[in-house]
Write a protein that binds this ligand. Sequence first.
Ligand SMILES: Nc1ncnc2c1ncn2[C@@H]1O[C@H](COP(=O)(O)OP(=O)(O)OP(=O)(O)O)[C@@H](O)[C@H]1O
Length: 299
Amino acid sequence: MALDIKDVTKRFGAFTAVDHLNLTVPEKEIFGLLGANGAGKTTTFRMLLGLIDQTEGQISWKGEKINYDTSHLIGYLPEERGLYPKLTVKDQLLYLGRLRGMKKTEIIQEMENWLTRFKVPEYKNKKVEELSKGNQQKIQFIAAVIHNPQLLILDEPFSGLDPVNVELLKEAVVDLKEKGTTILFSSHRMEHVEELCEHLCILHKGKPVVAGSLKEVKRSFGKKNVFIDAEFDLSFLSEVEGVVKFKRTARGAIIQINDESVSQRLFQQLSGKGFVRKFELEEPSLNDIFIEKVGASYE
Ligand SMILES: Nc1ncnc2c1ncn2[C@@H]1O[C@H](COP(=O)(O)OP(=O)(O)OP(=O)(O)O)[C@@H](O)[C@H]1O
């Protein structure tokens, strides 16, 4: 296994930010770390990178502790973006690439490939401060991957990007994975995690509350959703036995049910009531799971 986090705890004084975390990130996979604000994601990343020490536990990458000697194997997109505003993109990437031990020609080649891929080749000679926030983020992403790291850690990589740039970045992440990079990323956007990750962990107050493969996580949640689009009011279905939640949407209703058999009961209730355009049994979304596991503590 590539990245091993064994019983890791981080305390700041009396406050426990990460609490006995055990995680294994398989090699050449995309792994999602989820959690509400303050759950401990960034603290976990900082410990992985050796930027702060854990209070307890062990972290290793391919069996070795991560330290200054292994830092060229790792790429990091920090949550607090940190580029030098007065430098041009080229000088910025040359500086960061050299710190990673790259040759100038290699850096220029990689930079040009990435800028073309991100559809901004003309940014090479622009100062960072001249770029929009989203475009600065693309440059920050390039800075994280320019040295072809084995392990890539992305803290909220999609935040602040428009849908076109989100797609560009997602495709880049999937390509890197296919070329053998192990990727760990955090996000508040469940649909991104659902689309990209094979394994995931939801942290809550520093503790993992859900962990496993996306399939296992969904299966073990048990509940399902039924989507119904009908020409009549469906709210009476909220009273049917086995219905956990009823949510009206613009086109109908999404009904969370205890188990698959309840869908049959719902279907029977619709008979003779009017025209039903759609009746669909769906997997629970990661959003449903997150809200149940984490959301209760907000109430
Ligand atoms: N240096 C520090 N000193 C004291 N407390 C800290 C420190 N760094 C983080 N914390 C606390 O640890 C907890 C976890 O913070 P962290 O930044 O890891 O959360 P997060 O999951 O990344 O949140 P977000 O989604 O908001 O970025 C928070 O309550 C935070 O206030």
